[in-house]
Design a protein around this ligand. Sequence first.
Ligand code: ADP
Ligand code: MG
Length: 223
Amino acid sequence: MTETAIRTSGLGKVYTVGDSRVEALNGVDLSVDRGCFVAVTGPSGCGKSTLLHLLGGLDFPTSGEVWINGICLNKCSEKELAKARCEEIGYVFQNFSLIEELNVRENIVLPVLLAKRKVDTDLVDDLVKKLGIEDRLNFMPSQLSGGQQQRVAIARALVNDPSVILCDEPTGNLDRKNGQEVIELLHSVHEAYKKTIVVVTHDKTIAEGAERVVRMEDGCILG
Ligand code: ADP
Ligand code: MG
């Protein structure tokens, strides 16, 4: 029997701005097996980022439920949610979201410090080697290429050793070559650390390399 890493049932999200109401997600039922590499595709505005935010506990649904490793995120207390976000989930964003005032090493270990844990230096050494940034640890984000910044963001997403990694258009701000390298790194991370990986993407190469492709349209999953 396979274990389920991610499960949503009847997941809905309505945004209200002034008088207008946007139904960004409309009853999404999704189940992802532990260790699966999933690509989520669909036209701009179909709700991909909204879905990822809800899976990561970065926002709340207006209806339905999200379960990550058996934890129902929308029934958690604030404290439990913070713990689940920190321990179970790593995030990679299109714009890297590094802290400009911190160097590479400080950016990578920040989630560990926020979790009030001890830095696992063996894991950090291993990550920076695997991601090819071991000679950039003292650099500031502004001194890195986009591809290098995304590698730092991937290391940061992995530093607390979460089992689920959520990536929103991770190659969207990169040129083809760097994008390709980031994709290969996500696959090697998937292999090496046995993570469940969900990647929202317009990138055909990512979708082709994924174990499973989830297609969305108008706030729903197709098929
Ligand atoms: P995608 O990532 O597939 O491009 P999004 O999930 O970002 O789509 O957006 C889905 C819909 O929800 C869009 O119509 C978008 O305008 C709307 N939306 C997203 N975020 C917000 C927000 N914070 N406030 C209001 N509307 C939003
Ligand atoms: Mg998006």
